[in-house]
Design a protein around this ligand. Structure first.
Ligand SMILES: C[S@@+](CC[C@H](N)C(=O)[O-])C[C@H]1O[C@@H](n2cnc3c(N)ncnc32)[C@H](O)[C@@H]1O
Length: 132
């Protein structure tokens, strides 16, 4: 993970079991804050249990969609996301939301799958290829 600063407000889109949120929580320190947003209740429950195990009080996990983030405008210094936006059908909506929640000068760190050339229609239609 790239640089996070002490005191940063971080949003982790599609936080899953919370691994990156918890690392970020340690990096931003007690004056910083991390919000993990995930649409899957089981993943949020795992993430909360992991935060409790580590005693990280500056990390919270919220229900929400990447396409309609439950955060106010200009409330984050950094948005992180790992392996999620490729799963979102409306990627433009996700990027609009990232722009909305970031403060001026905010930063983005995304790790994801990128397709660089058009895929054959039979591959796009094969759900087994989407789910790995
Ligand atoms: C491949 S996992 C990655 C989890 C985590 N970022 C990590 O690196 O371990 C994808 C996660 O994104 C969540 N997710 C997928 N689409 C989403 C969406 N549109 N809005 C919110 N969460 C989403 C899933 O529930 C899942 O927990």
């Amino acid at each position: 993970m790239g640089e996070l600063r002490l005191g940063d407000a971080v949003l982790d889109i599609g936080s899953g079991a919370g691994f990156d949120s918890l690392l970020a929580g340690r990096m931003v320190g007690p004056l910083g804050h991390v919000t993990g947003v995930d649409m899957t209740p089981e993943m949020r429950a795992k993430a909360r249990a992991n935060a409790a195990l580590l005693g990280l009080a500056n990390v919270e996990f919220m229900d929400g969609l990447a396409e309609r983030l439950p955060l106010s405008d200009a409330s984050c210094d950094v948005v992180i996301s790992n392996g999620v936006i490729n799963l979102c059908p409306d990627k433009l909506a996700v990027y609009r939301e990232i722009h909305r929640v970031l403060r001026p000068g905010g930063r983005v760190q995304i790790a994801d799958v990128v397709v660089q050339k058009p895929l054959p229609e039979e591959a796009v239609a094969d759900i087994d290829l989407w789910t790995g």
